[in-house]
Ligand binder design. Structure first.
Ligand SMILES: Nc1ncnc2c1ncn2[C@@H]1O[C@H](COP(=O)(O)OP(=O)(O)O)[C@@H](O)[C@H]1O
Ligand SMILES: Cc1cn([C@H]2C[C@H](O)[C@@H](COP(=O)(O)O)O2)c(=O)[nH]c1=O
Ligand SMILES: [Zn+2]
Length: 193
């Protein structure tokens, strides 16, 4: 469990920026955990700005929505660099589906954290082939705090780290939910490859 006791100081105290990454497979609870942290920042009366890539319109045009229907308002952005201006003077920046941004998101996360903001990023660490999903490896490298969450394997009930694609499409980016992907453990993921 991620411990927040040393972070998220109130607005009047001196703030040190940092980067948190929440990663894992599909259905592992990344968005739930992002929403949980952001809601606690709201409760602490911190100024929070939330973004997602505009490509992600699965559940809602603007809101960040989890697979179990938790939602939080967000601003969709096309380019990672847009986030720097839009974040303004906020204390906390949350970004979901970071795997859909290009490598500029690494620079953007560093700029925001260097200016004193708490930056919380959630995204897939692996694609449907089990390869690292760029730019997540770079974000994991620059983050101060990394949380890997796990889904439940739909084949055997073990912990799952992989997102198995159920349809025969080879492009890396294919938006979808349960009809297109299922969470699997390493054994169940690899035996079907
Ligand atoms: N195979 C699964 N393992 C765990 N949770 C699942 C699974 N399939 C559906 N869910 C649901 O997905 C929710 C997590 O959704 P979400 O936070 O959107 O995940 P992520 O952002 O990692 O895709 C869980 O609380 C649960 O209700
Ligand atoms: C594995 C994989 C996933 N995607 C897409 C499918 C979903 O639209 C998102 C992941 O959403 P979640 O909040 O993590 O459930 O990414 C993809 O485009 N390519 C892939 O390889
Ligand atoms: Zn399994």
């Amino acid at each position: 469990m991620f411990i927040e006791s040393t972070i998220g100081k109130s607005r009047n105290q001196e703030r040190k920026g940092h980067i948190e990454v929440i990663c894992g497979s599909m259905f592992s609870g990344k968005t739930e955990e992002l929403i949980r942290r952001l809601n606690r920042a709201f409760i602490a009366k911190q100024k929070v700005e939330i973004f997602k890539p505009s490509i992600d319109k699965r559940y809602h045009d603007t809101d960040v929505v989890s697979h179990n229907d938790n939602a939080i308002r967000s601003t969709p952005v096309q380019f990672a660099d847009d986030i720097i201006l839009l974040a303004g003077d906020c204390d906390v920046v949350g970004i979901d589906e970071v795997q859909f941004f290009d490598n500029r998101i690494v620079h953007v996360a560093n700029v925001l954290a260097n200016s004193g903001k708490r930056v919380i990023l959630a995204g897939l660490d692996m694609d449907f082939e089990g390869n690292p999903f760029e730019p997540m490896p770079q974000l994991l490298a620059v983050a101060e705090y990394v949380t890997k969450v796990h889904a439940i394997c739909m084949k055997c009930g073990d912990l799952a780290s992989y997102s198995f694609r159920l349809v025969n499409i080879k492009e890396k980016v294919v938006l979808g939910e349960k009809e297109t992907y299922e969470a699997r453990c390493r054994k169940c993921f690899t035996e079907k490859l």
